[in-house]
Design a binder for this molecule. Structure first.
Ligand code: FMN
Length: 179
């Protein structure tokens, strides 16, 4: 992304307003893309092989009990696998890990060349990420063309204090710049 706007930047000049059902889905996606997120890879043990999915719908939900959530799309070939999984792990990627993000967008030889480990619950995990949350499924809620998966965190692993997260905004990868 380019530099920051000047201090006298007037966001109101460019404002557009629309009802989401009246426009192309792209405009809604573009507007939602203004919300910068981190990037995660969610992994679980499939029946035949380990699977992972790149997801930026991750969010923390509750500290007590510790709950997190993310939203798999119904259209995904891996939707059933994830929504029926009893345990899964959320990997928060660091800013140098765009290649890992890209490889988990599709099924295939996702874990090739990665030093994969397995949690006591049998979930395949990728070492060397910014943070990892090992979860057991707490609830699965229907939500339009996605579902909301809520996980209870049973184990947390974090990288060092100076780790820099990978950021996703406006359809692009970037890194975090403190103001
Ligand atoms: C940065 C990024 C974030 C994504 N976030 C999600 C997400 O939160 N939920 C989701 O279902 N798919 C998300 N996707 C798409 C999935 O990674 C995947 O490509 C899609 O579900 C198709 O999967 P399939 O090959 O199983 O059909 C994201 C992709 C990218 C690049």
């Amino acid at each position: 992304m380019s530099g920051l706007p000047p201090h006298d930047f007037d966001r109101l000049v460019d404002t557009i307003s629309f009802h989401p059902s009246a426009v192309e889905a792209r405009l809604l996606r573009d507007a939602l893309g203004r919300f910068a997120t981190g990037v995660t890879v969610i992994t679980t043990a499939g029946q035949e092989r380990a699977e992972g999915m790149t997801a930026n719908s991750f969010s923390s939900v509750s500290l007590e009990p510790p709950l997190v959530m993310w939203c798999p799309a119904r259209s995904s070939l891996r939707y059933e696998l994830f929504t029926h999984a009893r345990s899964w792990s959320v990997h928060i990627l660091g800013c140098e890990q765009t290649e890992i993000s890209r490889r988990f967008v599709r099924s295939g030889p996702q874990f090739d060349g990665l030093a994969v480990e397995t949690t006591p619950e049998g979930t395949p995990v990728i070492p060397g990420v910014a943070a990892r949350f090992d979860c057991v499924t707490h609830a699965v809620h229907e939500a339009g063309d996605h579902s909301i998966m809520v996980g209870r965190v049973i184990r947390v692993t974090t990288g060092g204090p100076n780790d820099h997260p990978l950021v996703f905004a406006a359809g692009k990868y970037g890194s975090f710049q403190p103001l």
